[in-house]
Ligand binder design. Structure first.
Ligand code: NAP
Length: 598
């Protein structure tokens, strides 16, 4: 039996029926064979969609240099690494970045209305160090980019940056104990240490929809917005779409943000949806300068840790951020108090989640006027199965007469023709097609970073990880000495990505500084330490694996097909705070435990 919409009723939802509906919605979207839910290699026929529409490539002589640390990537990860290294007294660094400025994901993602839905007071790194007060609680992309530049200036990083440059290969030379890096601009950089901060969502992906190569209208990916075509900017209305039929594929966090301005600008907007996102209220506000002035030194670290702790089993007694991200933790805390502590926290969490999602669906019914459209926009999965979204304009867009939601569930867009998109047998003619289809996450690191990495004896990173990722603390891999990879895979996790970056980069800077001070040529994990860490990740990752396998397909669960090898890229199941403590203790111990030192 399919569950009809109970969310308009104020009665307590029937949990069994909801669980059943979740399973049905997941099952009908789960691919029946590997040919479904496939994505294309964007470089095969669509590499023009990777061109940088934002910056000038400045000509310069090729670099031929020796540095202590090569940092690959100039987003938050690269900036924090460089800042931490500077604080640790490590001066000889080089930062290589493919964009024409610092910013990383915020350099590339300049779609209209782009903003961060993590609170700016914890999302912006180094607020106390830079003395900056964000304008709003949830910041728009230009302000975040400006903060990236602020950090770079504060730590004197512009002189050490090579922009519009891509590292193509890294090879370990055991004789000199150096990494040799080659770039697409003929640079040759020899580095004692390399830190890879290429980001988790850096390579746009396109769905392998039959006929995609035949579309004769204009098209682009959201992370390379074509303002020459649309007019306007991130913050001003697009003024060249008034006579255009625009199609958007995808309804993830990006689409939720760019749909409202597109709805206002396009002659007609068609939004092609396979799975709706959960969309809660945004409720943004300007920063209160009095509240800001009252914050005591150390406030940001306290707020960061308090937020991340809301996603662990050891819930703190208070919730400093208190927003749509921490809503389940609050509900669990209240239920726990009501049950006088005599309840299973896991069961309380599930109950809080089912109730919250019923609220989210009720919100859709309240806002969207057309009942069929409202029904199609309701998400039937747990809140954290997909990235929760927040907007005070997205659902409202569907009340406009020039906006059509095309529900393509469960299989997605069927075909692309030279003139439009076909879904469920109906062709929708389009002038412009925008891919809000996300980023590669499950392909090899070499492919996502565009870099070949060869370590001891020429072994490649791809081969080292052929059976799944293998690291110590997610940061270091055996046979790739003096190399650090910054990501949340096999490392601590927080929905607030910069929090973990902040802690990981402290750890990296500590190791580098110690190696330089103690004249250590190379460090890499021992085989045993690496094996033990992977075993810990797998063991503690079991419950998360069960959770995401029960989720509707998406990039969190490799489109519903999670293999053992992929499951090894899980974050540390002990939680973000326990991970931070582990790294801190390791540093305090001071014996480089688990590392082989040369
Ligand atoms: P995404 O979450 O991966 O969304 C991709 C969308 O494309 C999904 O809705 C997917 O549908 C759809 N899709 C793919 N192939 C399709 C097909 N053949 N037919 C129909 N639909 C298809 O990508 P994103 O929205 O760019 O977001 C990526 C991540 O960036 C987010 O999860 C978040 O971490 C980050 N982000 C953050 C913010 C922020 O505020 N901080 C803003 C934007 C993005 P299915 O769901 O059915 O697969």
């Amino acid at each position: 039996m399919a569950l009809t919409d109970q969310s308009t009723s104020t009665a307590r939802p029937d949990f069994d029926l909801l669980r059943q509906r979740y399973r049905e919605e997941r099952d009908r979207r789960t691919p029946s064979d590997a040919g479904e839910r496939r994505y294309l290699d964007i470089e095969q026929g669509f590499s023009h969609l990777l061109d940088d529409p934002y910056g000038e490539r400045v000509e310069r002589a090729a670099l031929d240099e020796d540095v202590d640390v090569l940092v690959v990537g100039g987003g938050f990860g690269g900036l924090l690494t460089a800042a931490r290294l500077r604080d640790a007294g490590v001066e000889h660094i080089r930062i290589v970045e493919s964009g024409s400025d610092f910013g990383g994901t915020w350099y590339w993602n300049r779609y209209p209305n782009a903003a961060c839905d993590i609170e700016s007071y914890i999302y912006f790194p180094l607020l106390e160090e830079t003395g900056y007060m964000p304008v709003e609680r949830y910041s728009k992309a230009p302000e975040i980019r400006a903060h990236c530049r602020r950090i770079a200036e504060r730590y004197g990083l512009y002189d050490r940056a090579a922009f519009s440059t891509q590292v193509k290969s890294l090879a370990w030379d055991a004789g000199s104990a150096r990494w040799a890096a080659k770039t697409d601009r003929q640079d040759e950089i020899r580095a004692r240490f390399v830190v890879l901060t290429t980001g988790p969502l850096n390579r746009p992906k396109l769905p392998a929809i039959p006929g995609i190569e035949t579309f004769a209208g204009h098209s682009f990916h959201t992370s390379r917005w074509d303002y020459d075509y649309t007019g306007g900017s991130e913050t001003t209305p697009m003024d060249r779409l008034g006579d255009k039929r625009v199609g958007v594929i995808g309804t993830g966090a990006t689409s939720i943000q760019c749909v409202p301005p597109l709805a206002k600008a396009a002659q007609h907007l068609y939004l092609f949806q396979r799975t709706p996102s959960s969309v809660d209220a945004r409720d943004n506000s300007r920063t209160d300068p009095e509240w800001w002035a009252d914050l005591k030194p150390g406030w940001q670290q306290e707020r960061l840790e308090n937020f991340t702790a809301q996603f662990t089993q050891d819930l703190p007694p208070n919730d400093l951020v208190h927003d749509g991200w921490t809503v389940l933790a609050r509900a669990v805390r209240e239920k726990f108090v009501a049950a006088k502590g005599a309840a299973d926290p896991g069961a309380l969490l599930e109950q809080a989640d089912l109730e919250k999602m019923a609220d989210i669906r009720e919100r859709v019914s309240r806002i969207v006027e057309d009942p069929a459209t409202a029904e199609a926009l309701k998400p039937w999965f747990s809140l954290y199965c997909k990235r929760p979204c927040f907007s005070d304009e997205y659902l409202q867009s569907f009340n406009r007469s020039n906006v059509t939601l095309v529900d393509t569930a469960p299989r997605g867009v069927e075909r692309i023709t030279s003139t439009g998109l076909v879904a469920k047998g109906v062709e929708y003619p389009l002038d412009c097609l925008i891919f809000a289809t996300g980023f590669e996450t499950s392909t090899s690191y070499a492919k996502r970073s565009g870099m070949e990495i060869h370590g001891v004896g020429g072994v490649s990173l791809t081969d080292r990880w052929a059976a799944g990722m293998s690291t110590l603390y997610g940061l270091q891999t055996r046979d790739l000495p003096n190399l650090f990879i910054v990501s949340q895979a096999q490392a601590g996790m927080s929905p607030n990505f910069p929090h973990m970056l902040s802690e990981q980069t402290l750890h990296i800077a500590h190791i580098v500084e110690q190696c330089l001070a103690r004249h250590i040529d190379s460090v890499q994990p021992t085989a045993k330490a690496e094996q033990d860490w992977v075993a810990t990740i797998v063991r503690l990752g079991e419950s998360r694996r069960k959770f995401i396998e029960a989720c509707t397909p998406g990039y969190y669960n490799n489109e519903g097909r999670l293999s053992d090898a992929e499951a090894r890229s899980a974050p540390f199941g002990g939680g973000g705070i326990a991970f931070i403590k582990l790294l801190r203790q390791w540093r305090e111990q001071g014996d480089f435990s688990g590392l082989e030192v040369n």
